[in-house]
Design a binder for this molecule. Sequence first.
Ligand code: ADP
Length: 587
Amino acid sequence: MSQTTQQETVREDGVIQSVSGPVVTARDLDARMNDVVYVGDEGLMGEVIEIEGDLTTIQVYEETSGVGPSEPVENTGEPLTVDLGPGLLDSIYDGVQRPLDVLEEKMNSPYLDRGVDAPGIEMDKQWEFVPTAEEGDEVAPGDVLGTVPETVTIEHKVLVPPTFEGGEITSIEAGEFTVQEVIAELDNGEEITMHQEWPVREARPSETKMTPREPLVSGQRILDGLFPIAKGGTAAIPGPFGSGKTVTQHQLAKYADADIIVYVGCGERGNEMTEVIEDFPELEDPTTGNPLMARTSLIANTSNMPVAARESCIYTGITIAEYYRDMGYDVALMADSTSRWAEAMREISSRLEEMPGEEGYPAYLSARLSEFYERAGYFENINGTEGSVSAIGAVSPPGGDFSEPVTQNTLRIVKTFWALDADLAERRHFPAINWNESYSLYRNQLDPWFIENVRDDWPEERQWAVDILDEEDELQEIVQLVGKDALPEDQQLTLEVARYLREAYLQQNAFHPTDTFCPPEKTYLILTAIHTFNDEAKKALDAGVPVEEIIAIEAAPRLNRIGVQEDYAEYVEELKGEMTEQLRELY
Ligand code: ADP
């Protein structure tokens, strides 16, 4: 945060009237909505959320016990902003962008103390700036002035801030600079540094929001194959405990073809967040071999941190995502979990004694959720480049009940739903994504990409698989009543084909070095191999071969091993040949 506490400059321009948990009411404070204020003798950071007459209501981002009436409240006169610039990547922040490692060092303890603050990016670190624009160039807001090697993986682009007017460059120089030093001057007197601030609750400007046409390829078969998300798309993923939410998120962070990952952990149980803080820095970026953190910014708010900081963490995250989007990058933002975020809203709303909506959530729950997901998208940036923010929000419905308000409101907004399923996880079917309940509304608009980049009949193959799985779902009901053997032979065969779809196609082992990532080409080939088995088996059945003999052919079980093959194209070719041969031998 840029509003660094400067205790010595506290002006007593308001006094505390009352304190109720994270909500503080102040008298005589001259403030506007959303101004950042410092509360009490310790200068706890907070934000104005309501003004009525001479009473101002503030949500405080830190624990407020011991803070009492008549202590001072200072207004900064500025909204809650994030510091943007090189140094955002490879960082771990709390919900108001205080770097956790810096705070720890300051306090000599991993437990955050109150009233401690630190800027979101290092102000004194020197960065090597390489200009790409030169003296005499006309630059407009958003234009790239030069680059900085931010991490081993990512080149940071230094942009003319969107709030500047722009003009002719009168000086620009290569060299080592801190983010506070001027790297370029314009003829209208504007001085540009590598540091920008941006109010978190306001979307950064863009030229246009476009219809997303490219998938965010994840290398996970069930996602790319059946329920793809677009670059710039939105998705929700519920996370019943033990169903593989963490593994799925790690897989996405590692393999999704996004340039930048912003991971917002808001208010999951303390130890789960610790897991993320410990896990992420260990992960390797499979494409570069560099640490994954070199393209990741992590925001970690555990549930034992104050509730208001949880409310803000989502905004902090999406603002950072937009900043990299403006550089022309594809950013994937993962929020875990939006339910805890909504609960924070509910808690603050009830302290404000607002009229509660469904299950005590504020009436504006749905508006807030859509405001957040609205900021995702595929954009033409103001500098003419294209960039995207894809938003993937985990929801944690209590008891796995999808009818509760947060899940329901989220489903109304997002266009992809990956239904993690505790039963599938229990049966060790991973990823435990329920194919009957999940959906993607991007399928049709992404088909042209798959047709062009993978194969012409991508949509038809997928539809074939969907139909078989649907049929299996219906047949299962009958099987439960009368048993499999009572079914006609062709339906028994359908069940066998569906089993291969589940085992060879939908299941994917995140821990197998090859199977963990499945390129779209391989996803497609696995499907066609099963399809070949289906077609040849049908022919054998029509020729009078009993179904038991068909499903007993020696080659078929090898379908389940395509996933782990590196030379999958050859393997599939050979397997198709052998299955065909063995089936034709039967008649
Ligand atoms: P959650 O975060 O939902 O509580 P995890 O992501 O930790 O659950 O997953 C629980 C366990 O399920 C993992 O330890 C792992 O053994 C298994 N698992 C989940 N997803 C996969 C996967 N794609 N491949 C293999 N195993 C998985």
